[in-house]
Design a protein around this ligand. Sequence first.
Ligand code: NCD
Ligand code: ZN
Length: 344
Amino acid sequence: MIQRIELNGPDDFHLHLRQGEQMAAVVLDAAKNSARALVMPNLKIPIRTTAEALAYKDAIVTQVPGTGFEPLMSLYLTDETPKEEVRVAKESGAIVAFKLYPQGATTHSSFGVTNLKGRYGVFEAMEKEGLVLCLHGEVTDPKVDIFDREKVFVDRLLAPLAQAFPGLKMVLEHVTTQEGVDFVVGGGANLAGTLTAHHLWINRNDLLVGGIKPHHYCLPVAKREEHRLALVKAATSGNPKFFLGSDSAPHSVGAKECASGCAGIYTGRHLLAYYAMAFEQAGKLEALADFAGKFGAQFYGLPVSDQKRVLVKKPESVPLDLDYGTEKLVPFRAGETLTWTLEA
Ligand code: NCD
Ligand code: ZN
């Protein structure tokens, strides 16, 4: 039986670090679990310009001196993003992606895009500069059932987009459905998908059966068990189109446990252990290293990280809560015992 796993990097290609005291509370978890992370730009006031992203990057690295943690930055795409910003972003060397949130799709997406076609000029510029388009793949049409929003996004928006821009690198982020997996598998080499640790673990029963579980609520929302199984299969398949993107998204206990709870699950503290357990349960532990440390870097055109993380087969309990500035945060699988531990 495998007792020790050595991982290059890893890279987390979808991470929320927030700002201020909330960032201070979570950024060290990120630096422990990953060498590089693609930092999401959905702050309350989103990161829309290269200058803002550079300042945000500085604020992040200042918090984790001596760790070598490298934030890879993304810009928040709006209806107003000028195509000139693409070249400025590329030339900065710090920005690797633009993030597309359909307006209203998720936490802090009110500045998001309303008209995809109107953004085609920016996509052309991204294609030319080799920047990646990261997609929150859910439609916001109120007539579409929440459990179908990813599938409908793939049909209505992603399929035509992929056809119009065969040379634009695109990531369907936090894939939650069989249809999403199938589209990524069937698409060109320019199309990839990230998979979160929590979506490898939970289905919609884990959210809704036996009392509503706010700490299992995130967007895209967890789907049926058959979809979860499709995600595990994709993650562990060795297909380089699928790689690690945690979507670790902290919210205070108060913001989660209330009448209109925020979407987002905090996996940052024990991230690699959650993935290792899911891969082990699938009998595919040997596939973890490429998923976590190689395929994403390859897709983004980055060298494989020269950092390493080691997981050992040792029980570790997930605390019931963690400090989150002046508040508390409940981590994924709080109170449970994990079977893998990250070596210090
Ligand atoms: C994210 C957040 O809280 O910022 N929430 C989530 O449920 N995943 C936003 C996002 O990535 O959709
Ligand atoms: Zn996210």
